[in-house]
Structures are given as structure tokens and as C-alpha cells.
Design a protein around this ligand. Structure first.
Ligand SMILES: [Zn+2]
Length: 504
């Protein structure tokens, strides 16, 4: 297949974070962010030392050189077991290990040095959780150095594709003398033979380096660490459709070039240093697009817009028309808007990295042919997404449901937090409502503390202004009713909903 080279990868590096933008035909499609202070340890491989075996808990403490000793449960300590549940790529044909788990005391002993991989980062007082089932993911494969299996992700359902992948992997394994087991990930479904071969060779080389390190170091020591984002981008995102990789840090450029020379020699010539005066993310307005990807509302060229809401359970996308345009019929306007919306939704899901259940509420269409064209556009857009997704037919209410695999956190969760002023509601009680709350509160207190002579109301400027203006008559009535004075005080740091009532 000869794909157009219409993608570019822009890499922006600062000491605080690395950001990778994937741009297709000048439009930002995907964004990956890695912050230097929030880099987890999941996936890291350590040569550790068993410091305590706890038969009662069926677990062992393992020293891996972190602040807290890490934790290995008997369940995760089967040296010959092949892989964890990483990204649901557990193959159907995985050999059953049986449920009769061996006691921890038969698996490890104190003082023993073992190779372990971090499954969960340390959290609070809990140490990192470990496994002895080492696995290293790449773009299309998961490598299992301690296994011999060739497995295919269960998500790849087509039998011919499964058999094809199996024979490609087995052939390369023999030809290139690669040891260990390989699992084809869902992303391998559309990969070409050369791409899978390149992945296998990369994994072999990474493992060789890790094994060498393991032999030559003393526990506890870090033996393998997943690549930082800028280098991972080379491994995971550079494919035949990419025409250029632009990097704005000369240091990172040198590292990426060096790695490419090692791992992907074909890609060396497309990697460039970007020394430009303009920030790299101003190219193709990437920075503006990121800003827009955090908004609820996505304007459409046709005049309509999408409203995207992310809740804990699901994401909803509401499609709205921009009003009836004179010359066309209503059905035509609706169809055009839905068609544009379908393309926009596919892009937004990828850009915002929204996972789980997504419900799209298209505007009602009368014609079945229009419905089919809209669904077709959505399907084509979703096909470009390398994250696995699934789409249902349109319901009679015009709803379409998409499920999209959850990978990293969504862009919104990565970059924003709930507004502390409104607690994420997006709305505030009006000054009017707050004034009424204050009156009720004073009445309540006046009943309790009959002898109080003065009440001091401390509130935001807007609320005090209202008490002095629209509410001044009510305020006077209240003072008379409770037989006490009410003083007002503006607190500049208070938001509209904050107030205090002080008895003096
Ligand atoms: Zn707010």
C-alpha cells in the first residue's frame, strides 16, 4: 500500500515537559504530553533483592532502590508466566497456568536477587507493586523475553489476519534468530510485514541491552526504563505516512537522530532540527488548537457547533445547527451540518484522547441515505485513529454510540482541573441568591444568640454592593427585626459565593 506522506511530527522540548504533536495535512490530530516531574515508574525493570518474605500475606518485600521497598505478591511471582494484562492485549491462546498458586516461600527466599517489573507506581504509604512477568511493549507488539509463545490480541477477530500475523512473526523469529515470545497488539492488525520486523528487531536489541546491564550490575539497580516521550515518538508514531519530524531542542534532536540510526535507519533523513524564531507549536497553530481542544464548544464551518461534555461515566457530543440558511431546505442544512460534525467528532476524540463510551446526538434526519452518508463519514474518520474503537448503528433517536479504548488520561484531565470557584459546576450562585442566604443566616443566628449587638457581614464586592443598593431596604428591615446592627465589610479575596458572618 502506498500511503501519501501527509503527516508531520512536531516535538517541543522544555526542561519541564515534552510535547509531541501529530499534524496531518496541516491539522493537529494528536497530542502527547510528558511532564518531567510526573514520569511514572510503571514498566521499569529492576534487578531487585528480596528483603523479607511474608508467608502470611503470600507476598515479599523487594528492594529496588526506591524510597519504599516494593511489593511482590505470590500471584505475580510466577517466573515462567508470560505476561500481564497490559492494555488488554492478553491473547486468547495464552497457555492456562492453573489456579494452584505456589506459596510465596517456595517462590522466593530472603536475599535472593530477582528481575522484576513495576506494575503500579508507589502511592502514598504503599510501595510499588511488582511482577516477575517481564513484558516490553512496542508499537505493534509486546515482547515476552521469558516466553516462547506467539500470540495475537483477542481484539483482532478476523481469522485470516490472525493466522497471517502469526506466520509473519514466526518467520521473522526464525530468520532473524529472535528469542522470546511475541504478542501482536491490536495495532498490528493493519501493520505491514516490514513494520513488524522492525518492531521485533528493536525489541530484541532493547532486551539485549537490558540483559547485559542486569549481568553487570548489583541489586538494587534499574535495568530498563521505557524511552522518554521524544524517543518513544520515533518508535511509536513514525510510520510511512510521516514526511518530517521537527524537533526544537538540538540536544533532543541529537538523541533522536542517534536512536534512529540504531533502530530505524530508514527514518534518519526525515528528522530535522527546528531552530526557528517562531515557537514550533505556532506552526500550524498547534498552540491555538490545544486551547480549543479544552473548550466544550467546537464551532463548525457550516455555522453549527458541537458541545462535548465529559462526565465520569461517558462523553456526550451534541450536534447543533447554526440556524436555517435561506436557500437550502432544512433537511439539506441538517445533513450538511451532521456530515461536518461526523468528521469533526472523529478528530476531536483523538485530539482530546477521550476513552470509554461516547454518545453522539446527531440532528434528526429524514432520509436514510443521508443517515448512511453521515455514518460513513464518521466511520472513515474513526479508521484513522490508531486507538481501537467501535461504533454502533444510528438509533431511531439519532444517537450513535462509540466505544474507544482508554489509554492515557484525556487531554482535559491532563491539563485542567475543576474550577475552585464553582467546584466544576460551571455556574455560580448569583449575588441575589447569596444576599438571601446571608439574611437567612443572620436570622438563624439572631434566634440563637439573642444578646448579640452587632453582626459583621464579610463578603465579596458584588454582594456588598447589592446589600447597599437593591437590598438596602431589606437590610434595614432585618436590623430592626433582630434589634441589632449589621455592618458590611468587603473582602477582596472572596469569590461571589464566599461570605462570613461574625458576631461582635
Ligand atoms: Zn467555575
Amino acid at each position: 500500500m502506498n500511503q501519501a506522506r501527509n503527516e508531520e511530527i512536531l516535538i517541543n522540548v522544555t526542561p519541564q515537559e515534552t510535547r509531541v504533536a501529530i499534524v496531518e495535512n496541516g491539522m493537529l490530530q494528536e497530542l502527547h504530553i510528558e511532564r518531567s516531574d510526573a514520569k511514572g515508574m510503571v514498566g521499569n525493570i529492576y534487578k531487585g533483592k528480596v528483603v523479607r518474605v511474608l508467608p502470611g500475606m503470600q507476598a515479599a518485600f523487594v528492594e529496588i532502590g526506591l524510597e519504599r521497598t516494593a511489593f511482590l505478591h505470590a500471584h505475580d511471582a510466577k517466573p515462567m508466566l508470560i505476561m500481564g494484562d497490559r492494555e488488554n492485549d492478553r491473547p486468547k491462546d495464552r497457555p492456562e497456568e492453573g489456579n494452584n498458586e505456589k506459596p510465596i516461600s517456595e517462590l522466593v527466599r530472603e536475599g535472593q536477587e530477582i528481575l522484576v517489573q513495576v506494575v503500579n507506581d508507589p502511592l502514598g504509604s504503599k510501595g510499588a507493586r511488582l511482577t516477575t512477568e517481564i513484558s516490553i511493549p512496542s508499537r505493534y507488539l509486546v515482547y515476552l523475553p521469558h516466553s516462547k509463545v506467539t500470540g495475537i490480541s483477542q481484539r483482532i477477530t478476523d481469522e485470516t489476519t490472525r493466522e497471517g500475523l502469526r506466520s509473519i512473526i514466526d518467520t521473522i523469529k526464525q530468520q532473524k534468530n529472535c528469542t522470546g515470545g511475541y504478542i501482536a497488539r491490536t495495532s498490528a492488525e493493519t501493520a505491514q510485514v516490514g513494520e513488524i520486523q522492525q518492531d521485533m528487531l528493536i525489541l530484541c536489541r532493547l532486551w539485549e541491552k537490558a540483559s547485559e546491564k542486569e549481568k553487570n550490575c548489583r541489586a538494587p539497580a534499574l535495568v530498563y526504563e521505557d524511552l522518554p516521550l521524544a524517543l518513544r515518538a520515533l518508535r511509536d508514531f513514525v510510520r510511512s505516512s510521516v514526511s518530517k519530524v521537527l524537533i526544537d531542542s538540538s540536544e533532543t534532536y541529537d538523541r533522536v537522530r542517534a536512536l534512529a540510526g540504531d533502530l530505524t535507519p530508514d527514518a534518519v533523513h526525515i528528522i530535522e532540527h527546528y531552530p526557528g524564531e517562531r515557537p514550533i507549536f505556532d506552526l500550524y497553530s498547534v498552540e491555538d488548537e490545544i486551547e480549543r481542544a479544552l473548550q466544550r464548544r467546537v464551532p463548525l464551518k457550516s455555522g453549527g457547533h458541537l458541545v462535548i461534555d465529559q462526565t465520569e461515566a461517558m462523553t456526550t457530543v451534541d450536534v447543533n445547527t447554526g440556524g436555517f440558511v435561506g436557500k437550502k431546505t432544512l433537511e439539506e442544512t441538517v445533513f450538511k451540518t451532521n456530515l461536518e460534525a461526523a468528521r469533526a467528532v472523529a478528530r476531536q476524540l483523538r485530539l482530546r484522547n477521550l476513552g470509554g463510551i461516547i454518545i453522539i446526538d446527531f440532528i434528526d434526519m429524514q432520509l436514510k441515505s443521508h443517515q448512511n452518508q453521515v455514518l460513513g463519514a464518521l466511520e472513515r474518520g474513526l479508521a484513522k485513529d490508531s486507538t481501537k474503537n467501535n461504533m454502533t448503528e444510528m438509533s431511531t433517536l439519532g444517537l450513535v454510540e462509540i466505544t474507544r479504548k482508554r489509554t492515557r488520561e484525556s487531554l482535559g484531565h491532563q491539563l485542567t482541573e475543576d474550577c475552585p470557584v464553582c467546584d466544576g459546576r460551571g455556574t455560580l450562585k448569583t449575588a441575589h441568591t447569596i444576599c438571601n442566604e446571608i439574611f437567612r443566616e443572620i436570622l438563624r443566628e439572631a434566634r440563637q444568640y439573642e444578646e448579640a449587638s452587632t453582626y459583621m457581614v464579610i463578603a465579596s464586592q458584588d454582594v456588598i454592593d447589592r446589600l447597599l443598593d437593591e437590598e438596602s431596604a431589606n437590610l434595614a428591615d432585618l436590623q430592626e427585626f433582630i434589634g441589632a446592627a449589621i455592618q458590611l465589610h468587603v473582602e477582596a479575596t472572596f469569590f461571589q459565593e464566599n461570605y462570613d458572618i461574625v458576631l461582635t
